[in-house]
Ligand binder design. Structure first.
Ligand code: COA
Ligand code: ZN
Length: 476
């Protein structure tokens, strides 16, 4: 991974993404095989170290999708380590191992409450189950991670014993799970430091639930205590309040440690992909990936950012593939309004800016669009800033690409056609969007026909551009 830079001797930290396992434990979420494969490939492409793909004993479709992903790994289409999840049950583990993943993760509750009410086992009995089940998987020649479920509520000395037993039985990694999200950063650091000191030769994972909104902070503290793999899901999916969101942890890690654990600039793509796959969209204030994460509203903030973005941004939005935006309404001041008008190609003297701001403050519109601002400007100046009606016909043609065909190969062929001015591969319901400029309707129809004839184009949708916002220069 050339994008992760570490100081000499520093422990290399990796992400394990569990969108396909923990993420599918989100109420209302099921992934089709097609989405599972697309998400696994995208996670591999952005540089996630490990992908937890599911528990094959849960349902037959999960089992067959795991087989497919393991096959893609063997063919080199996926680079990340493939991890299969399973209870500490002999038959379940044998099924998991038979799929030949890189690693099987065996989980077992280790807090007294889990031992008593779930497993109905004493602490001693649990140690022998853990030893037996870890060695069973190991005997199939697969790497093993043992997950100490509910570890954050377990007695710390007992947890150390558990880790030693799992290590002794052949697990080279142990996940310390904060199953109900009750770690604080101090406690997470303490648990990890103690386990790390007692068992130096084991890899440690942090699996942090977000019940009290502390999953990212607890994961960061766990790394400081000795964890070297951090569990995440895209968009923070998972049981109840979910787990550490990939986007937020990766961005926070970059800010605090100066290390890019994944290709940060590609995060918006995977965010949109998982939103499309789950039908769950992020709230606007969601850190890093929410719509508002880099949008400034208050006039004081906007003026500050226009002077130097550092005043109100922890990291430049481009680092995580985002763009800065300004939201205009009654909270805006002169600097923000003037800046927006200039962006629209209109230079205005200070007294006109003052009048526009006055009108903006009276408008009480929640979010002024560019058209609204131009309308106010028209009223204030008695001049016209009409939207430009195109002389040519312009259209966007959206394409769906057949499952068995590479999107890029279709996109390249479309790009070679006459009258095509831009081609973008996109996420969502369609795979490619094409901008076409034609002299007349006949010519446009011909271009669309040519696109449809390309092998692999499964469906098209055309929308005509009616008008564009004015971007030509006006000076008053
Ligand atoms: N190792 C071994 N057994 C475990 C366990 C573990 N880590 N965690 C729970 N169990 C046991 C429980 O004690 C209970 O056993 P019991 O029936 O003897 O009381 C059983 O697993 C869970 O109950 P139930 O769901 O009714 O069992 P089931 O045999 O019908 O189904 C699954 C088991 C795993 C197939 C089913 O629960 C499922 O599809 N779960 C989805 C995956 C999941 O729960 N993952 C949790 C990840 S943290
Ligand atoms: Zn979990």
């Amino acid at each position: 991974m050339d994008f992760a830079i570490y100081a000499p001797g520093e422990r290399r930290v990796r992400i394990l993404d569990s969108t396909l396992r923990e993420g599918e434990q989100t109420p209302g979420v099921v992934f089709s095989e097609e989405w599972r494969v697309r998400i696994a490939k995208a996670l591999s492409d952005i540089g996630v170290g490990m992908i937890e793909v599911g528990d094959p004993n849960v349902a037959p479709d999960i089992k067959s999708a795991i087989k497919k992903i393991v096959q893609l790994k063997k063919e080199g289409a996926i680079q990340s380590e493939i991890v299969v999840h399973s209870r500490a049950v002999k038959q379940d583990l044998e099924t998991a191992a038979s799929l030949e993943p890189d690693r099987v993760a065996v989980f077992y509750g280790v807090s007294d409450v889990h031992l008593k009410y779930k497993h109905r086992k004493t602490r001693e009995e649990a140690l022998s189950v853990i030893a037996d089940m870890v060695s069973l998987v190991k005997s199939h020649g697969v790497s093993v991670r043992f997950t100490a479920e509910d570890a954050s509520r377990a007695d710390l000395d007992y947890l150390v014993q558990v880790v030693k037993v799992a290590r002794g039985a052949g697990a080279d990694r142990v996940s310390i799970a904060d199953t109900v999200g009750v770690f604080t950063p101090e406690r997470a650091r303490e648990y990890f430091s103690k386990v790390r000191a007692a068992v130096p030769d084991v890899g440690l994972d942090i699996h942090a639930h977000n019940d009290f909104g502390m999953a990212v902070a607890n994961s960061l503290a766990a790394v400081e205590g000795g964890a070297d793999v951090v569990h995440t899901t895209v968009n923070g999916l998972g049981e109840r309040a979910g787990i550490t969101p990939l986007q937020v942890f990766a961005a926070a890690y970059y800010y605090h440690k100066g290390v890019k654990l994944v290709k940060l600039e590609k995060l918006p793509e995977i965010t949109a992909m998982v939103e499309a796959a789950t039908g769950i969209t992020l709230m606007p204030t969601f850190p890093v990936s929410g719509e508002n994460a880099f949008t400034h509203k208050a006039g004081v903030h906007q003026a500050g950012v226009l002077s130097n973005p550092e005043t109100y941004e922890p990291i430049p939005p481009e680092v995580v593939g985002r763009a800065r935006d300004f939201s205009l309404d009654k909270y805006s001041g002169r600097k923000a309004v003037q800046h927006r008008l200039e962006r629209l190609g209109v230079s205005v003297p200070p007294d006109v800016v003052d009048k526009v701001v006055e009108e903006v403050k009276r408008s009480n519109v929640p979010r002024l669009r560019d058209e609204d601002l131009l309308e106010i400007l028209e009223r204030v100046t008695n001049m016209k800033f009409k939207a430009i009606v195109n002389r040519h016909i312009e259209a966007f043609v959206w394409l769906k690409v057949a499952n068995n065909v590479y999107t890029t190969s279709v996109a390249r062929r479309v790009a070679a056609l006459k009258n095509v001015v831009s081609v973008s591969e996109i996420t969502g319901d369609y795979d490619v969007v094409v901008k076409v400029v034609a002299e007349n309707a006949e010519e446009l129809n011909r271009v669309i026909e040519n696109i449809r004839e390309i092998k692999g184009v499964a469906a098209t949708l055309t929308s005509l551009v009616l008008k564009e916002l004015p971007v030509n220069s006006h000076t008053i």
